[in-house]
Ligand binder design. Structure first.
Ligand code: PEP
Ligand code: MG
Length: 328
């Protein structure tokens, strides 16, 4: 089977009826570069920049961040790198900010991700400067975690324009245009306001890990309620569908980068819901590609319509399982 998956590397990820799906990799460490190129990923859909801040007592400066991003871009052979700005807080802790969790009774609802970055403005500015400079070395997009309002996006865009000016004054090499600025759809508010967010964002990436947690009010790290954590819950599926359609109506790209993107039990449904870009842990990519190559887009669209009309979670799971079994 491994040999078969390896031969998939150079085949396109397209459905039986020729619809192209873009498969990208999620990346947490620069050392994963070889693996993700090896499986034929078409760029990085999610670089979790938290890794830059881990396993060290101090903070990485602009130059250091720039060098690392540049090295990654040089390894990507001209494919696109989507850098997510720092996502700390809640389940993601780095030693420099160790006291966030301690001082916060409800970290998942607290000073996390973009909220943290907008408070620690200097850190965000450094990170944006590093990304802007790296953008001279290959195609880059900037992705903002845990967005809930349009104002947050507009504010970051202003800061981005300011940083571009600042770097220009400093005489740095810069890209001609601002890189696309996109948002994670990972909080119900963002999904429900996706049509508004699409007016101020250049692309979406749907983060079903957090979207499931926040929609169902299930802590993704709490074992006592783990059995209730279900990305197939109708509420989560509706939010995925609504944000995907909002992006399409607005004419902006939409990616899905939660763990379900790399789980072939969900692939038929995600394609049926209209997604054409998935970003996943690199080693899952051949399997997802194989699954896509066995799908017909009209058939999975009907499957998605059928599933979205169901009210019983077990019926949804059963329908999907039966559909996948018939494919094997
Ligand atoms: C998500 O929430 O789905 C996501 C991709 O981001 P992370 O897992 O890093 O929170
Ligand atoms: Mg997330």
């Amino acid at each position: 089977e491994t040999a078969h998956l390896a031969t998939l590397r150079d085949l396109p990820a397209e459905t039986l009826n020729g619809e192209k799906v873009t498969l990208k990799a999620n990346m947490e460490l620069p050392s994963e570069l070889a693996v993700l190129m090896g499986v034929g990923a078409e760029g990085v859909g999610l670089l979790r920049s938290e890794f830059l801040f881990m396993n060290r007592p101090d903070l990485p400066g602009e130059d250091e961040q720039y060098e690392i991003l540049r090295t990654i871009l040089e390894g990507l052979n001209g494919t696109e790198l989507t850098v997510r700005t720092l996502d700390v807080g809640a389940d993601k802790l780095t030693p420099q900010f160790g006291d966030i969790k301690m001082s916060d009774p409800n970290p998942a609802l607290g000073l996390r991700a973009i909220r943290f970055s907008l408070k620690m403005r200097g850190l965000l500015e450094n990170q944006l400067c590093a990304i802007l400079r790296a953008a001279c070395h290959g195609p880059v997009r900037i992705l903002l975690p845990m967005i809930t309002t349009c104002e947050e996006v507009m504010l970051v865009r202003e800061i981005l324009v300011d940083m571009m000016r600042k770097l220009k004054r400093r005489g740095e090499d810069l890209p001609e245009k601002l890189p696309p600025l996109g948002v994670m759809i990972e909080v119900p508010a963002a999904a429900l306001a996706a049509d508004a967010l699409a007016q101020v964002s250049d692309f979406f990436s749907i983060g079903t890990n957090d979207l499931t947690m926040y929609t169902l009010a299930i802590d993704r790290g709490n074992e006592q309620v783990a059995h209730l954590y279900d990305p197939l819950h109708l509420a989560v599926l509706r939010l995925i569908q609504f944000s995907t359609e909002a992006a399409k109506r607005a004419g902006i790209p939409v990616n899905l980068c939660g763990e379900i993107a790399g789980d072939d039990r969900y692939t038929a449904l995600l394609i049926g819901l209209g997604l054409r870009e998935l970003s996943m842990v690199p080693l899952a990519l051949p399997r997802i590609k194989r699954r896509i190559r066995g799908l017909d887009s009209a058939v999975v669209t009907r499957l998605a319509t059928e599933i979205m009309a169901m009210t019983d979670a077990r019926a949804i799971a059963r329908t999907l399982t039966a559909f996948n079994r018939d494919l094997e």
